[in-house]
Design a protein around this ligand. Structure first.
Ligand code: PMV
Length: 342
């Protein structure tokens, strides 16, 4: 029996992925860029056991047996295919590509609440499976088959997911732009506005946007390509102001696309909009851009800032948004998250 346990962190996109050109292969209509958090805060943990004695593949989520979704099955199939290619012609070939797998997975943060849980989950699953089945080489394209954004969590630091041009998805992979050590002063705060499951999942939201939003087509062909180049330059030059401005504009455009979708997909709530206002007021008072927000497919905010500003920002947030009731307020401010290399 082979047993492997892996941790994988969440990644937060600053240029958002929204919209697929191929639903099956999960090929996006635009490139996206993200920052991977360190594994010590929000992560997924997966243990994979493979054995010639197991009769079938099994999946346990938070220790409860759950059904293997088609996407988990696709990842498993792809890993086995690569394992069998690797084993061809090798001596001591035990045929491990045929061994069944028992997979145990959990997150230390809310699932499907717009906190990028699937990105950490599938990156972790694929990394653990690859280790167990001894598969080497790029795994981002396999993680992508589980959940698009998961391909970016395979790497630390700042990461780019190239949309690629091939119909088979072979060039739709993630690459590291710079390791976290390149910009060590960057921090991320996660403001949990609501950790309930979102009403419109990102898969159906995206599909609806592709079918109905004209703004999405404009975004993919005329906005994202320039923004990607600008933010890459800002990251390379440690230019926080430009980085922050592009991050906020891109989040705003994602949610504009969601509203341009018919029927609209509404992810941000009143508290989210108050956070947006708060960030702009804070920057105005400071006379410079110290803080940036970004929102995924949910109401929770991710704030980017620099280490030197963390203490003051956290104190101000605690005053402006005192944790009150349990259900739908900013319930807690996660400890400042340092982006680290994995
Ligand atoms: O990977 P998915 O299907 O959960 O889509 C994630 C989409 C966003 O989080 C909204 C944006 C992104 O690039 O992560």
């Amino acid at each position: 029996m082979i047993v492997v346990t892996c941790l994988a962190p969440v990644n937060i996109a600053v240029i958002k992925y929204w919209g697929k050109r191929d639903e099956q292969l999960i090929l996006p209509i635009n490139d996206s860029i993200s920052a991977t958090l360190s594994t010590d805060q929000m992560n997924a943990k997966t243990t994979v056991m493979i054995s010639p004695n197991f009769e079938k593949d099994l999946l346990f989520f938070f220790r409860e047996e759950s059904c293997m979704s088609p996407r988990v099955q696709v990842c498993l199939k792809e890993i086995r295919k690569r394992a069998s290619e690797n084993l061809k012609g090798k001596k001591n070939n035990q045929g491990i590509d045929l061994w069944k797998a028992h997979i145990c997975s959990e997150n230390n943060f809310p699932t499907a609440a717009g906190l990028a849980s699937s990105s950490a989950g599938y990156a972790c699953l694929v990394t653990a499976l690859a280790k167990a089945y001894n598969v080497e080489g790029d795994c981002s394209s396999i993680a992508r088959l589980g959940s698009g954004s998961a391909c970016r969590s395979v790497f630390g630091g700042f990461v780019r997911w190239h949309k690629g041009n091939q119909g088979d998805g072979s060039d739709s992979i993630a690459t590291q732009i710079v390791p976290a050590s390149h910009w060590p002063s960057i921090r991320i705060l996660i403001l949990v506005v609501n950790d309930a499951r979102k009403k419109v999942g990102s898969t159906s939201g995206m599909q609806r946007s592709v079918e109905t939003s004209q703004l999405l087509q404009h975004r993919a062909s005329h906005v994202v390509p320039q923004r990607t180049e600008q933010i890459l330059k800002a990251i390379k030059n440690h230019d926080f102001e430009t980085f922050a401005e592009i991050t906020m504009k891109d989040s705003n455009q994602l949610h504009s696309v969601c509203l341009d979708t018919y029927p609209p997909a509404v992810y941000m709530n009143d508290v989210s909009h108050t956070i947006v206002e708060f960030v702009h007021s804070y920057n105005k008072i400071k006379g410079t851009t110290k803080l940036a927000y970004t929102f995924d497919a949910g109401p929770n905010a991710c704030l980017f800032l620099q280490e030197e500003d963390v203490a003051e920002v956290v104190a101000t947030i605690k005053q402006v948004f005192p944790p009150t009731n349990e259900n739908n307020y900013i319930r807690g401010i996660k400890v400042p998250e340092k982006i680290l290399d994995k």
